[in-house]
Design a protein around this ligand. Sequence first.
Ligand SMILES: [Zn+2]
Length: 362
Amino acid sequence: MISGDGRPDPYQAFQRGRLAVDQHMSKVLQAEDMWAEETATDILLTEAFPDVRYWKFTKRQESAVGADWLWWWIDTTGTSFGLLTQAKILKRRGTGWHVDFGYRRRKTEPAQIDKLLVSSMTFSVPAAHVLYCGTPAYRAGLACGLTHHDGANCRDRERAGVSIVPSIIPHYLMPRVRDNVAVEAFHWSLPLEDVADPGRSQPPLPPLAAVHPDIAEFMRRPQLGARRVAKTMLEAVHSIRMGQFSAALSEDADDGVEDAVFTHLPSDRGHFGVPYLAHVLGGLRHRPPAYVQDLLAGRTPPTWVTDAVAGIVVIHDPEPAIQHLATPAGDGRMHPQRHLAVVHSDDREQLPPAAVARSNSG
Ligand SMILES: [Zn+2]
């Protein structure tokens, strides 16, 4: 439901969506069957509606296997963050785990993850995989082998049934960890509803090399609205980059994206193969692109958009309307409890304390 004051609530919407997908996956497991990407995505989006709006484009529906959905978060300042997503299933195979990131319909075709990354460049937005990961019981045997700083194993995260990971992470892992790609990608993923949670704590991401002061400020300080979502998608990428032993470059990458919030994005690639800051932050704009404005005004977007994606999801984020609450108090950190007390009034108390804490074990 739209919250009492009429504002959409993407956090509750995605929580509702995730709970419905969890229930579906649980039933499918009881039937000794496996869930499908399209069904799970349909459940997620219909349950998240009307807080989250979506438009399906018929052209791509027929070939919908692994179809890409373009997501745009738009906050009340108009600042927008785009993300090209592809849904995947976390599959159990014997004692191992598998996510088909490198799927090819024919041997001569490029891998699906490469096609997704190329397509994301057409839209100048980052790519992300939405992972449907089953229930905690289903994941009981999953051991990622990575360190969990908070002592809690990533497989036990309650909200991880629907998770999201920037695609440059599995793309980086694929040639390096081979059989462990699925569990490491899962480890670095975040529950989708956490990305939509304005009260989630935001770790500072100190830049590795000299970057434009606006970008350094963005990385170090808590952010709101679409900027917060963009920064959240940068967290795991930043953690992995910190562990890569190569000097960070501080020269600027070529840009030129219309309405980009940040120009002067650094060209540092680390071992990701793409300038990762430019890739993620290129999705951050001062206003939604024209094709999203078309949709919101009831007009059909141009065919270069409708032919390229299965549909568009628009998430209106009401957060910056309460900007005064996030004023850093001395320590430069947001005070999530006070912040949440206003944003989510009385529903937050029903959630376990872990829902408020940082959940990405990394
Ligand atoms: Zn883990």
